[in-house]
Design a protein around this ligand. Structure first.
Ligand code: 5GP
Length: 132
C-alpha cells in the first residue's frame, strides 16, 4: 500500500507544499515543533533513509539544503536544524527545523499549535524563497 507521503506527492491527500522537482518533494509537517517545520522526501518510496541508493541520498540532502536556505531567508532563523528519525511514517524523510533563538527546544516530541491560516502563510513564504 502506498505510504501517506506517496499519497501527498500524488495529490491524493492535501499538504502545505513548499517545492518539488522530478525526484524530491517538500511540505510542512502537519504537527510541527516550530513554525516552518518542513519534511523533505524522495518521491521514490523507500522506508529507511539508509536504504536509499547513494545518488538518491545525496540528492535528498542537496534538495534539503535548498529548502533550508529558503526557510532561513523567509523566516529569519538563526539557522535550520535537521533531524532524521523515521519511526512513524515508513517513507524516508528529513525534518528541517527552523531555529529562531539560541536554546530553542528542538525535539520531535514537542509539538506546537500553528493555525491553518498561518501554515498556509508560512508555506507560501518559504515556497517563494526557494529556487529548485
Ligand atoms: P517520523 O516518522 O520521523 O517520526 O515523523 C513523521 C512525521 O510526519 C511527524 O512529524 C508527523 O507529524 C508527520 N506526518 C504524519 N502524517 C502526516 C500527514 O499526513 N501530513 C503531513 N504533512 N505530515 C504528516
Amino acid at each position: 500500500m502506498a505510504s501517506i507521503f506517496t499519497k501527498i506527492v500524488k495529490g491524493e491527500i492535501p499538504s502545505y507544499k513548499i517545492a518539488e522537482d522530478n525526484n524530491y518533494f517538500a511540505f510542512l509537517d502537519i504537527n510541527p515543533i516550530a513554525e516552518g517545520h518542513t519534511l523533505v522526501i524522495p518521491k521514490k518510496e523507500v522506508d529507511y533513509i539508509f536504504d536509499l541508493n547513494d545518488e538518491t541520498l545525496s540528492g535528498l540532502i542537496q534538495f534539503s539544503k535548498k529548502i533550508a536556505k529558503g526557510i532561513d531567508q523567509a523566516l529569519g532563523t538563526i539557522r535550520t536544524g535537521i533531524i532524521v528519525e523515521g519511526l512513524e511514517v515508513p517513507h524516508a524523510h528529513v525534518h528541517l527545523i527552523p531555529i529562531y533563538y539560541d536554546g530553542q527546544p528542538v525535539s520531535l516530541g514537542k509539538k506546537i499549535n500553528v493555525p491553518e491560516e498561518r501554515m498556509k502563510e508560512v508555506a507560501t513564504l518559504i515556497s517563494n524563497s526557494v529556487e529548485v
